[in-house]
Design a protein around this ligand. Structure first.
Ligand code: ADP
Ligand code: MG
Length: 247
């Protein structure tokens, strides 16, 4: 049985007079990929930031695993089971692939335990990092300097760093950006592999990938949801065709 892991209700974020996100509601289910598409400026990144706690909503609320997390800071939301990747990279380029993933895994550990360097918490975060590296298909690249890795491998590393906190919910902001066909295909396979264990929100411009991956599709324009449904429902929606797909 699939379950709702994250639920956003009537989320609005105003920047001065601009409603960057305007009354948006959505549910993320385990074992389902929910793609969010829309032109530049539609509010996709702002929506991601609202769900991850990077910014607080003007109104509306977010529940994660049944718990109201509205207004929580990103670290607390991360410990409650939400992992996100950023459109701009979060990678420390001079460090190795392994060091990046291990640092990300440690960020899950509460500050007090980190201070005390508790052996059990170090072991736990190393185990999480090891598992994330393997899931993301980077075990053979563990000792490479991150800055020397290919663009595709760096995006995989972003995913590994996100997985290192052992999240239930994954928010991915344009994981296929700038990728060639082979790299994009590898990322699509990776996301499919992660799907059964996670609820996933995928912000992505690559429509081939979106239609290959998404179980559910939400279309945003000017901060608002103009259509939401299965990919075929959305593809056949007249408002979407005129407003966004330009058909
Ligand atoms: P998308 O990710 O869909 O391209 P964004 O969420 O980045 O869109 O932006 C939505 C709108 O909100 C845009 O008009 C953008 O200029 C505006 N915006 C985003 N962040 C801020 C901010 N921190 N301050 C003011 N305006 C912002
Ligand atoms: Mg964006």
């Amino acid at each position: 049985m699939s379950e709702v892991l994250l639920s956003a209700k009537n989320l609005t974020k105003r920047f001065g007079g601009l409603a960057a996100v305007n009354d948006v509601s959505l549910n993320l289910w385990r074992d389902r990929i929910h793609a969010v598409i829309g032109p530049n400026g539609a509010g996709k990144s702002t929506l991601t930031n609202l769900l991850s706690g990077d910014i607080a909503p003007t109104s509306g609320n977010v529940t994660l695993g049944g718990q109201d997390v509205t207004g929580w800071n990103p670290e607390r939301i991360s410990r409650a089971g939400l992992g996100r990747s950023y459109q701009k990279t979060n990678i420390f380029l001079p460090f190795t692939v392994w060091e990046n993933v291990r640092l990300a895994a440690q960020s899950r550990t509460p500050h007090a335990a980190r201070w005390l360097s508790l052996a059990s918490s170090v072991r736990e975060s190393n185990e999480r990092a090891e598992k994330a590296l393997e899931l993301a298909g980077l075990t053979s690249r563990r000792d490479s300097i991150a800055g020397a890795a290919s663009h595709g491998e760096q995006r995989q590393l972003e995913i590994a760093m996100t997985l290192a906190t052992d999240p239930q919910v994954l928010l991915l902001d344009e994981p296929l950006a700038g990728m060639g066909t082979a790299e994009a295909e590898r990322m699509v396979q990776l996301l499919l592999k992660l799907k059964p264990q996670h609820a996933m929100m995928l912000v992505e411009h690559d429509m081939d990938a979106v239609f290959a991956l998404a179980d559910h599709l939400t279309v945003m324009v000017n901060g608002q949801v103009i259509a939401s449904g299965t990919p075929s429902q959305v593809r056949n929606d007249a408002a979407v065709q005129s407003a966004y797909l330009g058909e």
